[in-house]
Design a protein around this ligand. Structure first.
Ligand code: SF4
Ligand code: SF4
Length: 281
C-alpha cells in the first residue's frame, strides 16, 4: 500500500510528518521530493545502492537536411531547426522524451536518441534492527523535471508493503506523479490563510484523481481554519501537532519528530491505519 504525504506549499512540515510516520509504523520511506530530498536527515539511512536515472534526448546526425519537420511536430517546443544556417537546437529542459521527433523524421538515420543522466536513486535501510527500506530520488542540479525519476522509483515499489511517499510541495507534475501511485493521500496542512489556500489547490487535485484522503493539522495554534475546511470538504482529521518552537529547534538538529511527539504520532498512525485498513506487525 502506498500512502502519499502532500502539502499545498513548502514549509508545512510534510517531510517532518512523513519521516515521523515511517519511523512510528515501520513503513518504507520513499523520498519523492527529488528536487530537495531531506528525509535522510531524520532517518539516518545506510545507503547500499545508487543507480543513475537516464532519459533519452534527440540529436541530429550529418544526414539531417534541416527540413524542420521534427521541430514543427514537437508539442513542447523543445526543438528549433533553422534551415538557412543549418542549426538544430534542442532545449532539453523542455523535452519530454516522447521520441516523436525521431518517429516523424523522413530522412533515414538523420536523428537518433542519446541518453542523458538526470539524477540518482539511492536506496538502503533506515532501521537496522527491522530492515526498513529507505529510497530517495535526487535530481541533478539544473535539471527541471523529476517526473522520469519518480516514474522509475514507482516502478520498483512493492505494493504488498507499506510505503510512505514523501511528495514534493505544491501541485505541479511531480505531485501528480506521486498522487497517481497513492492508495491513500494525507494532506499535511498548516492552519494559516496562505496554508489553507495552497492546501485547497492540492486537495482539488486529489479529488480530481479520486483518491481517499485524510488531513493532519501541523503547527496547530487553536484556530478553526483547517477544522472548517475538514467539515466543508468532508476530509477526516487524522490528528494535530501543536505549534511548538522546540519542534523547529529539534528539526534543525535532525531529530525525528516521532521521538518528541510520540503520543501524537501514534494517534495519527492508528487513525491512518484504521482508515486505510492496512494491518502491520
Ligand atoms: S526531421 Fe529529420 S531531417 Fe528534418 S530537421 Fe529534423 S532531424 Fe533533420
Ligand atoms: S523527444 Fe518529444 S519532447 Fe523531446 S524534442 Fe523530441 S518530440 Fe520534442
Amino acid at each position: 500500500m502506498n500512502i502519499a504525504i502532500v502539502s499545498g506549499k513548502g514549509g508545512t512540515g510534510k517531510t517532518t510528518l512523513a519521516t515521523g510516520l515511517a519511523y512510528t509504523i515501520n513503513a518504507n520511506y520513499i523520498d519523492m521530493d527529488a528536487g530537495e530530498p531531506n528525509g535522510r536527515h531524520f532517518l539516518d539511512p545506510e545507503i547500499s545502492k545508487s543507480i543513475d536515472c537516464e532519459v533519452m534526448i534527440p540529436e541530429n546526425t550529418d544526414k539531417c537536411t534541416y527540413c524542420g519537420i521534427c521541430a514543427n511536430k514537437c508539442q513542447f517546443s523543445a526543438l528549433a531547426v533553422i534551415e538557412k544556417t543549418k542549426k538544430f537546437m534542442l532545449f532539453d529542459d523542455l523535452c519530454h522524451h516522447c521520441g516523436l521527433c525521431v518517429e516523424v523524421c523522413p530522412v533515414k538515420d538523420a536523428i537518433k536518441e542519446i541518453s542523458k543522466s538526470i539524477g540518482k536513486i539511492n536506496s538502503g535501510i533506515f532501521n537496522k534492527q527491522k530492515n526498513i527500506n529507505f529510497v530517495e530520488g535526487v535530481l541533478k542540479i539544473g535539471e527541471t523535471s523529476s517526473v522520469p525519476l519518480l516514474e522509475q522509483i514507482k516502478s520498483n515499489l512493492v505494493k504488498e508493503q507499506l510505503n510512505i511517499l514523501d511528495s514534493a510541495p505544491g501541485s505541479a507534475c511531480p505531485v501528480v506523479s506521486v498522487i497517481e501511485a497513492a492508495d491513500f493521500v494525507v494532506l499535511a496542512g498548516e492552519p494559516t490563510p496562505f496554508g489553507l489556500n495552497d492546501l485547497e489547490i492540492v486537495f482539488e487535485l486529489v479529488k480530481a484523481m479520486d483518491k481517499p484522503v485524510g488531513l493532519i493539522i501541523n503547527k496547530y495554534m487553536g484556530n478553526d481554519l483547517l477544522h472548517d475546511f475538514s467539515k466543508r470538504e468532508n476530509v477526516p482529521i487524522l490528528g494535530t501537532i501543536p505549534f511548538d518552537r522546540s519542534i523547529a529547534e529539534n528539526y534543525s538538529k535532525s531529530i525525528n519528530i516521532a521521538e518528541l511527539q510520540s503520543k501524537e504520532l501514534k494517534h495519527i498512525s492508528e487513525n491512518l491505519l484504521k482508515l486505510t485498513g492496512y494491518h502491520y506487525e
